[in-house]
Design a protein around this ligand. Structure first.
Ligand code: NAP
Length: 269
């Protein structure tokens, strides 16, 4: 399948590399400053650089616009007249109202919120479609996105909370571990760097336990025997982590609402 990507920054570069690893996919890319896309193509033979966004749109069955909000509006204005009914067109920019495009073009439009975890073809890849999109279209799109991650169709009003968990999630989890390593270093019995190494291995091992079928609750239950040191540690966490994550979600939601009011939205990143 021919995949087109306009804008090869963080998201577009990652999607290009991930799709390029899927057998039988050809990836066509264009970036405003060509150095980024040329560098990307050097890293992978199934990525080709084309001279314009229009050329990418003409070559792609599935097209991803991975530019920031204002650039996306501008690029799409030039592409809309060239799109056809057999094409899928996605944007990684969550603040774009899809109906403005679908009113103007026969193509099928969707939003796609990737996660850095797709670099290793893992994690959830979110997508939204117009509410009246047929289930068969949703299945076909899920199959395509399923080549690089676990596709999850969500509603527009769920974008923020799902994005916090999947797209921002790796950053939030990493920051929590960095703070934990810092706190471990404060004991003076380990350096923060060594603590970080220990925690990273613990995280990878925990992920493997989950992959092997254990649930998060199983893991807690296996380690925290009543009266033991883990149970005491969990008691010390108490409700603090619940409050921390409630505050986090309130903060990202407030940021998204403010950005929407100002119409300069970059709420995902
Ligand atoms: N970062 C995240 O984790 C994340 C997650 C989910 C969704 N998103 C959303 O995805 C979008 C892209 O985010 P990002 O972090 O990938 O941004 P980014 O790193 O700034 O990448 C945007 C790319 O678009 C290129 N571009 C701009 N205008 C263009 C045009 N007219 N034609 C071709 N290329 C053009 C830029 O090229 P230049 O090199 O010329 O500037 C840049 O390489 C944003 O809307 C963001 O909200 C981001």
């Amino acid at each position: 399948m021919n995949i087109g990507i306009v804008g090869t920054g963080n998201m577009g570069g990652m999607l290009a590399k991930a799709f390029a690893e899927v057998p039988d996919h050809q990836v066509f890319v264009y970036n405003r400053h060509p150095e980024k896309s040329l560098h990307l193509a050097q890293s992978c033979p199934s990525i080709s650089v084309l001279p314009s966004a229009e050329a990418v749109a003409q070559s792609a069955e599935v097209l991803f616009l991975c530019t920031r909000h204002d650039d996306t509006v501008e690029v799409m204005a030039t592409l809309l007249p060239h799109l056809s009914a057999h094409q899928w067109v996605g944007t990684t920019c969550s603040s774009i109202p899809l109906h403005e495009w679908s009113d103007e073009s026969p193509a099928t439009f969707f939003k796609c919120i990737p996660s850095l975890t797709q670099t290793v073809r893992s994690g959830s890849i979110l997508f939204t479609m117009e509410p009246d999109a047929p289930a068969s279209e949703s299945c076909r799109l899920a199959n395509i996105l399923g080549g690089i991650g676990m596709p999850v169709r969500i509603r527009e009003d769920q974008l923020r909370i799902y994005s916090d968990l999947t797209s921002c999630g790796p950053a939030f989890l990493s920051q929590v571990l960095l703070r934990w390593a810092e706190a471990a270093g404060d004991t003076r019995h380990i350096t923060p760097k060594v603590a970080e190494d220990m925690l990273v291995r613990t995280l990878i091992g925990t992920a493997r336990l989950l992959e092997a079928g254990m649930s998060l609750e199983d893991i807690v239950g296996h380690i925290a025997v009543p009266g033991g040191v883990t149970a005491r540690g969990l008691e010390s966490i108490g409700d603090a982590s619940l409050q921390l994550f409630r505050r986090l979600h309130e903060t990202t939601m407030a940021h998204q609402q403010k950005a929407a009011t100002l119409s300069v939205s970059e709420p995902n990143a």
